[in-house]
Design a protein around this ligand. Structure first.
Ligand code: AQP
Length: 348
């Protein structure tokens, strides 16, 4: 962090914001890259705000009934992973209108050239960019609003989201500069751990993603023990045994991915994992990894099922979280409008 950023951020309450799209089954990538970190941060005594970003999910088509189910299921995944809705604020984005409102204001600050550099749009829109929604293109400005509407100073994310958090800093800096204020902090991406980018089980060059059409490419947080074992058994690897040191994994993306997953699940470093399995083949390693993954995920998926039996309770938690989130976000949006010169005379 530069000295200037440090001075700026020191004038804001330390606050963490992050979100996950309820656009399908949450994956082991979401768990290791995001949820597990969210729980650690919650327990570090910093204010933590976590959001199911349903307005991001609809940047690609979502069946309305499925979106509701996925939102509740994602909330259940947060709670089952250890998010305490008293310690943390947990809600879905669309229930706090300030996100969309600040999103528009920031659309008018962000530059087209910045958006054109965003790799996620290129990946998701693919060759058919003309047919992609305008929302998919503007997604990073809404993400900036999600973070800045809480004046959040830290954003725990997987490695794939780093570019979006950097863009958020650019938008915040341009706003502060254009209006001569220190209204927004420069949020820091927190990217930690061996599994900051969990890769697809079928292709070590692609990240594990909940919207990958191939279910075998990922482990879903709700997969049962047999499914997890089967997916890992079939995971693409090479024929070599595991090397003596992690340097030996440099040109072996699929093997490296499985070692990183093992390390993160076992709370070890990749070097420790390689030292334990050195010289052994995947016939030994994959079943050990499957047992470990099941031991971590089975209690979480069991608790998710229990929570999903009472969707009204999940809705109550999200509603209460939205109230608390709105109390922080509303004054920030109002101040933003004041700074930008919009008349505010309505009595509320
Ligand atoms: N494979 C991954 N490895 C590590 N972290 C990951 N995250 C997602 N996939 C991995 C982290 O999870 C958080 C929420 O991401 P998201 O679901 O909102 O969006 P995404 O990054 O676009 O994830 P998906 O699974 O690929 O979603 P779809 O398929 O709907 O686009 C973020 O912190 C992300 O880094």
């Amino acid at each position: 962090m530069s000295d200037q950023t440090e001075v700026l951020n020191a004038s804001f309450t330390p606050r963490i914001f992050s979100g996950i799209q309820p656009s399908g089954n949450l994956t082991l990538g979401n768990y290791l890259g995001a949820l597990k970190r969210f729980v650690q941060k919650q327990d570090e005594g910093i204010e933590t705000i976590y959001c199911l970003v349903d307005m991001h999910a609809i940047t690609v088509w979502q069946d309305p009934d499925a979106l509701k189910r996925q939102t509740r299921e994602a909330a259940a995944a947060f709670l089952a992973s250890g998010i305490d809705p008293v310690k943390s604020i947990l809600f879905n984005q669309s229930q706090v209108g300030a996100h969309a409102e600040l999103g528009w204001l920031l659309n008018c600050v962000a530059r087209l050239g910045w958006m054109n550099r965003m790799t996620q749009f290129k990946d998701k829109a693919g060759k058919n960019a003309e047919k992609a929604s305008l929302g998919l293109y503007a997604y990073p400005a809404l993400m900036a609003a999600d973070i800045l509407v809480y004046q959040a100073t830290m954003v725990p994310v997987g490695d794939d989201q780093k570019q979006h958090v950097e863009l958020t800093r650019d938008i915040a800096a341009k706003f502060n500069h254009d209006f001569g204020v220190d209204h927004f902090p420069a949020p820091e991406p927190l990217i930690e751990g061996a599994a900051a980018r969990v890769m697809s089980l079928r292709d070590g060059s692609k990240k594990m993603s909940k919207s990958d059409p191939a279910d075998a490419s990922r482990i879903n947080m709700t997969d049962d023990a047999d499914t997890i074992a089967k997916k890992l058994r079939k995971a693409r690897t090479d024929a070599e045994p595991l090397p003596e040191t992690i340097d030996g994994l440099a040109e072996r993306p699929e093997a490296r991915n499985l070692v990183n997953i093992y390390a993160e699940l076992a709370e070890q470093t990749p070097s420790q994992v390689v030292a334990e399995f050195a010289g052994r083949g995947f016939g030994d390693f994959k079943p050990a990894l499957a047992d470990l993954a099941v031991s971590v995920l089975a209690p979480i998926s069991g608790e998710m099922k229990r929570l999903m039996d009472d969707p009204a309770e999940i809705d109550r938690i999200l509603g209460q979280g939205a109230e608390r989130a709105d109390a922080i976000a509303r004054p920030v949006v109002e101040k933003t409008r004041d700074i930008m010169g919009m008349v505010r005379s309505r009595q509320v």
